[in-house]
Design a protein around this ligand. Sequence first.
Ligand SMILES: [Zn+2]
Length: 376
Amino acid sequence: LLPQWFIDEVKKRTNIVELISEYTELEKAGTGVWQGRCPNPHHADKDPSFRVWEKEQSWACMVCHCGEKNTNDNNFGSDCFAFLQWIENIGWYKAVMKLAEKAGIPKPEDKNQAIYNRNKILANSYTKSLHGEAFNYLIDRGLTRKDMEKWLIGFDGIKFTFPLFDRYLNILGFSRRWLHKPEGRNDKYRNPPNGKIFDKSFYLYGIHNLDTSFPEIRITEGPMDAILSDKYGAKNVVATQGTALTDGHISIIKSLNMVPVLCMDGDEAGLKSMKKSVEAFAKHGMYCKILILNDGKDMADMANELQYSIEEYIQSNSITYGQYKLKDILNRYDSQMLEVKIKLYPELLKVISEIPYEVERNVIKDHIKKQLSIDL
Ligand SMILES: [Zn+2]
C-alpha cells in the first residue's frame, strides 16, 4: 500500500499548471485561474474551454465536462493524478508513480511485498488451471477469455479464484466461488479472513480499475457485477463483496471525491439495505444516488441483457432517494382533487422528513408545490 504521506508528497511537489502545460498551452485568465484549449482528442475545442485552478490544484473542461466534479463546492475539478490518468489512459497507480518519479520521490518500501509476490505467483498458477468445465461455466455467464485475463480469474480445482487487487495492483488475497456448490452450503463467495492485509469492511472489488476523472462510483455486490459491467463499458463499478456498506467503504469513497451510486436489487431486502446506506452516507455529510434494478436482477444480469447500453442505463435511471420516495407515492395517487390532496399531505410530509439532505428536501418541496399546488 502506498502510504498517504507519499501520495500527499507527490501531489505537493507537482505543479498542476506546469504539468498540464505539457499537453496544452495555458494562459492566465484571472487570479489563480488558467485557461487553454481542451486536450481531449474527442473534443475539437476551438475556444479556451479548459480551466486549471492553481490554488485548488485542480482542472476541468467547461464544455465536454471532463474532470468536472460536483461533489463539493471547494473542489470543483479533478486532481493531478486524474489528469494523467485521463490524458495518458493509464491507471491511478501508474499516474501516481509517474509523477513521483518526475518529482524525484523514491517509492516507499512495503513490508507486505513478499505476500503480494506470493499471491501473484498463486494467481498465475490458478489461471493455468482454468479450462474445461470451469472455463465453459464462465463463458456461459457471459465472460470472454479476454475478461478472464483482465481480471486474472483462475480455478483452484474446486473453486473459481478472483484476485483481490488493491488500488496499487497488489493482490491481497482471493475471493473464491464454488463451481459446484456442495449441498447445505449457502455461501456464494468466500473471502479471506480479515487481517492486516485484507479487511472486507475496507475493501471494494474493482478499485484498481477506477477512472478518477469520472465523477461517479457505482456500488454493487459481487465480482461478477463489476466484471460484466466493465466488459460492456460501464464506468467505475465496484463491489462490496456481498457485505453491507460499512463506514470503511464510505471513508474510501469520500476520499475519492466521487458521487456514490447504490445499485440495488429491487426486492424487499435490497430496498431496506438501500435506505440504511443512504442514511450512512448522509451521516458522513455525503450525497448519493440510487439505481433500483428490476426485481430479482443484479448488475451482472443487467449488463448481459443491455450490453453496451449499460452505461447509458445507469446514467438515465440513477435517481436521488427523495425522487424515489416521491415517485412511489405519486404512483398511488394521480389526481389533483382536493380529497386526494388531503390524503397525500401527511404522506408527503413524512417522506420529506426522511430525506437526509436539506438541499434536496427544498428542491423536492419546490417540485411538489409546482406539480400539485401543495405547499409543505
Ligand atoms: Zn473538453
